[in-house]
Design a protein. Structure first.
Lengths: 427, 427
């Protein structure tokens, strides 16, 4: 990290000849330019595109890439990505000489299907949300909510890459073993405590070789950008299975990513200081740097919305369940990269990091129903009269995120939506 | 599982015109025919081969495959694999009419380099060694060594695929955070309790779609075969990091696979009954079937050997540290597939399952140094006068495995060897 590195692509005064990108409410102004993969028919290969207003620009059609391999584009690194961003910004801004070829490369977002943004090799889920860790810890260990390692180790574990899907998908409520305290034996049945987790996903750009740690100073050069991420969780399955090796079937039935990766470059104006509460230990030297302290964090506003089947039937787009901010995470992205590789573990282009559930410090800022309903003990009253302790069949959860700062254009993440289908059998 | 399904390829009377395959000591008689990937120069792509005695048969050169994609061969399923096995057996046996073209497709194993047998998408490590779980559990929880879920849930967790390497490699002793009980804060340093874990790895053949569970009756159709697997572990890093989400950096710095996958077909004569000790709960219905009880287990003898630098200097090929048998695992491979998919999780061709550490019931049958040295309290006396509590720099660990049964040819797994290099910095 070498300063905020703002350049002409961040200027709030920039407007695009794609008029929908100038709408103050759009997630995708010309200052954003997030990357994704799209196709116009189910039998076509995925193509790399960049979102601009309500359109997507096909990068190959304007000669800016020579391969549709997003992982390869990620591996090319930050300098090449910045050059691409500058070319896109110049081509899409008002008065551009490239207006005509770029206009020919546009497709309406309403006419395309979005896929996963890349091939995910390994997926690691972290646990950087200290308010989540504390609230959930209290449910299991009232006297000792945070483990002694929490403020020293950026806790993480490996997740399942094969079952990560893209926004808009549906998945079946999982079956699994659960055991109630008053029963002698567990039983197989449909999950009764299905939950979402509000997370951000970070994608690895440049790989590191096995055995070669990435220093915190170099860490962000190994990242591409961020998307919204929902780490769906079966709380009853998790409670019975997770000792001693961690969550497994309670998590790997489905996860959901938003389709657009907002690059670190687009997020530069929204960097924030990384600070520790008074009295907390300072990070060990391999997790500490002046730049990380000065602007290692990101000011990203996050929201969770729920649309129940009854709301859908009534034409109601849903209710907001909570808000939080990525700034409240206990560890920065640079710290996650430095920690993940300190033992020599090799990261590969396209690998996914989950941030862990991003809850705010207040009780109504929980990033999961487990927190908002206090483990199911205090069901949420929804504004249409319904109640929820955990998710019901047909529920759709939508994550949203955006960045705002005076003097800069608002940029957004689009949405990350998934819908719960009934369990596959009559259990 | 539909019976032992023995056929002409299993007959002990079969001999090969590849004379080294008829040596009673070879791991690779004509009854084995394990699959791997090899190349003859570092700049060549990997080619699929089958081991026969001290040779490897290039499958494409004899027209038996039309692609060098092992994952695709895996996805083709059991019927196609059985037909391929039959063609190989007939071509390699004495008196074969295909002697001449097959002989032209042979390479000496001493002249080739072996790679990972396939692209590993997701890697899941299970915990089926109940003797390991009990012994290790006692070190952490003397009064309560086995968790209440152990005899109900085939415990597993996701591991790191990117750092799985192939036999013959070396890796650096990892750095990581550790904290001693008498210290106020953790510190970063080189692992001081580096260990191996004796495991078998199972490879997924036919995939299942997300949301579609695989029944225990169909489970083995989704598996390809087995290899030896060493899940290197940094015990001091693990002790500090693993709560509450499981092992992470203590495992993902390196794992080692043997290069040859012994197919389920080759292992058919060595099937064994799956039984539970008197008084243990019977598996839930989704983990139970008559076939699984009759022959769900595999009788595979396993060994761990250690070659220290002093032994290497003295021309000593190493000492055997322990022996155990896969038959003692608490869960069968079919149960692992049924459990992994019961929530709808999708397995993909080439995915790897680790068995967990396979220790025997006796104290000298531990599949790790943690067990054999009782957590480091009773160092092992090696026959050359050296002692070991945990691994030292330069130590090479070699796993071996084979199957024997009266009336059948012995088949083996080759070896799975890895060498510990010093930590990368002066910590």
């Amino acid at each position: 990290m070498t300063g905020l590195a703002l350049d002409e692509t961040h200027a709030a005064s920039l407007a695009s000849w794609v008029e929908s990108a100038n709408d103050p409410a759009t997630d995708f102004p010309i200052q954003n330019l997030p990357f994704g993969r799209f196709r116009t028919a189910a039998d076509e290969p995925w193509r790399i595109g960049v979102a601009i207003g309500d359109q997507v620009l096909d990068l190959e059609s304007v000669g800016l890439i020579d391969s549709q391999d997003m992982n390869r584009l990620m591996a090319a690194g930050a300098a090449s990505r910045r050059a691409l961003r500058l070319a896109l910004s110049r081509g899409l801004r008002r008065g551009s000489e490239a207006h005509s070829p770029f206009a020919a490369g546009l497709r309406a977002q309403s006419d395309i299907e979005m896929g996963l943004p890349c091939r995910i090799g390994d997926y690691t889920d972290f646990y950087t949300g200290i308010h989540h860790a504390t609230t959930v810890g209290k449910l299991f260990r009232p006297d000792n909510p945070l483990m002694p390692n929490y403020k020293w180790v950026p806790i993480g574990y490996h997740g399942r890459a094969s079952s990560v899907g893209v926004s808009g998908h549906s998945f079946h409520r999982p079956l699994g073993q659960t055991k109630h305290a008053d029963e002698a034996a567990p039983a197989l049945g449909a999950c009764r405590r299905l939950d979402y987790e509000l997370e951000l996903g970070a994608f690895v750009a440049v790989p590191n070789a096995l055995g070669e740690a990435v220093s915190i100073g170099d860490a962000e050069e190994h990242l591409f950008g961020l998307a919204l991420f929902n780490d769906w969780s079966a709380r009853d399955i998790q409670a019975w299975e997770y000792q001693p090796l961690g969550p497994f079937l309670s998590k790997n039935f489905a996860s959901t990513l938003s389709p657009w990766i907002v690059t670190l470059e687009a997020l530069q104006p929204f960097r924030a200081a990384f600070t520790r509460p008074e009295g907390d230990p300072q990070p060990l030297p391999y997790l500490d740097s002046p730049a990380n302290r000065a602007h290692g964090a990101f000011d990203i506003e996050l929201e969770v919305w729920l649309q129940t089947p009854a709301m859908r039937a009534a034409g109601n787009s849903g209710v907001r369940l909570s808000r939080s901010n990525f700034r409240d995470a206990y560890w920065t992205l640079a710290q996650l990269v430095a920690h993940h590789t300190v033992n020599g573990c090799n990261l590969q282009s396209g690998d996914l990091f989950g941030s862990g559930t991003l809850s705010g410090p207040l009780a109504d800022q929980g990033g999961s129903l487990l927190e908002l309903s206090q483990g199911g003990k205090r069901p949420l009253q929804l504004s249409n009269g319904e109640v929820r302790s955990f998710l019901e069949d047909g529920d759709r959860v939508i994550l949203r995120g955006h960045c705002e700062r005076p003097g800069f254009r608002r940029i957004g993440f689009g949405e990350c939506a998934g819908t719960v289908l009934p369990a596959p059998r009559g259990d």
